[in-house]
Ligand binder design. Structure first.
Ligand SMILES: [Zn+2]
Length: 65
């Protein structure tokens, strides 16, 4: 398969803007999406939906001081 190189915003699924200013907001397309992501983190309902394979296992937020 030939997947496009363009990265998509994990929040709204829109292709990221190539503008240098937008690069600061990556991996999000806008400040708004970054904010939404932050809120998801804070509310504890965050779910990673990327195809990237992170080399970390055991993501059970358990007894971590
Ligand atoms: Zn977005």
């Amino acid at each position: 398969m030939n997947a496009p190189r363009r990265q998509l915003c994990p929040i709204c699924r829109r292709p990221l803007s190539p503008a240098p200013e937008a690069a600061r907001l990556r991996p999000f397309c806008s400040k708004r999406c970054a904010d939404i992501d932050l809120h998801r983190w804070l509310s504890g309902g965050y779910r990673v939906e990327t195809d990237e394979t992170t080399g970390s296992t055991g993501d059970d937020g358990g007894d971590e001081r």
